[in-house]
Design a protein around this ligand. Structure first.
Ligand code: HEC
Length: 183
C-alpha cells in the first residue's frame, strides 16, 4: 500500500494525541493536602478535638440519662456490661471513695477529676471499632447516664456544653501537684 506524506503525518499526529491522552490518564494523582502544615489542619473543626477541663471546645448538644441508657445498651454494654459495671472491658461506674481504701478501684466516677474528659474520651475513642461515630447529643446522653449511675448528677439532669463543665466529680480535689517526697 502506498501512502503520501500527508497521510503519514496525520497518522503520526493521531499517535501523538493518543500517547498524550494515555500519559495524562496514567499520571500520579495530585495530593491536595501535601505541604499543609499540621497547625493549619488542627484549626479545622473536624480535626481539632481538644476539650479543656473548663469545657472550652465542647460542641453544642444535649442529652439525658434516659436516652443515654438506650445508647449504652446498644453500643457499649457488650464490653462494659449492663449498668456499666464491667464485663470484658473495665467498669466505668462504682467504687466511689475506694481510692484511700485497701482496694482502690479507679473507675471514671471514682477517679476522673473532670466530667469534660469523659466527653472527650468517648468522642475520640469509643466504641473502639467506630471512634468519632457518635453525635454530640448521643455523647452528652452517655455522659449523663454514666454520671447518674453513681448519683453524681440527678437522673433527670440534661447535660450540654454549659452544664457538663459544672459537674463536680467526687475526686476533683484528690490530685496533688506535690510529690509525697517533697512534702
Ligand atoms: C469492643 C469493646 C468496647 C466497646 C463496644 C466499648 N468500649 Fe469503652 N473501652 C473498651 C476498652 C478495651 C477500654 C480500655 C481502653 C484502654 O485503656 O486503652 C475502654 C475504655 C473506655 C473508657 C475509659 C475508662 C477508663 O477508666 O479509663 C470509657 C469512658 C469508655 N470506654 C466508654 C465507652 C462507651 C460510652 C462506649 C459505647 C459508646 C464504649 N466504651 C464501648 C472497650 C469497649
Amino acid at each position: 500500500m502506498k501512502m503520501d506524506i500527508s497521510a503519514i503525518s496525520i497518522r503520526i499526529s493521531l499517535l501523538l494525541v493518543l500517547f498524550w491522552c494515555s500519559a495524562a490518564l496514567l499520571a500520579e494523582p495530585q495530593y491536595q493536602a501535601l505541604g499543609q502544615s499540621a497547625s493549619e489542619l488542627t484549626e479545622q473543626p473536624q480535626w481539632n478535638l481538644t476539650i479543656s477541663p473548663d469545657g472550652t471546645g465542647l460542641p453544642p448538644g444535649s442529652g439525658d440519662a434516659k436516652v443515654g441508657q438506650q445508647i449504652f445498651e446498644q453500643r457499649c454494654a457488650g464490653c462494659h456490661g449492663f449498668d456499666a459495671i464491667g464485663a470484658s472491658a473495665m467498669p466505668l461506674v462504682g467504687e466511689l471513695g475506694s481510692l484511700r481504701s485497701e482496694y482502690p478501684e479507679k473507675t471514671v466516677n471514682s477517679y476522673w477529676p473532670y466530667a469534660t474528659t469523659l466527653f472527650d474520651y468517648i468522642r475520640r475513642a469509643m466504641p473502639p471499632a467506630a471512634p468519632y461515630s457518635l453525635s454530640s447529643h448521643e455523647i452528652y446522653a452517655l455522659c449523663a447516664y454514666i454520671l447518674s449511675q453513681d448519683g453524681i448528677i440527678e437522673a433527670n439532669v440534661e447535660l450540654n456544653e454549659v452544664t457538663l463543665p459544672q459537674v463536680k466529680m467526687p475526686n476533683r480535689d484528690g490530685f496533688s501537684a506535690v510529690y509525697p517526697n517533697n512534702r
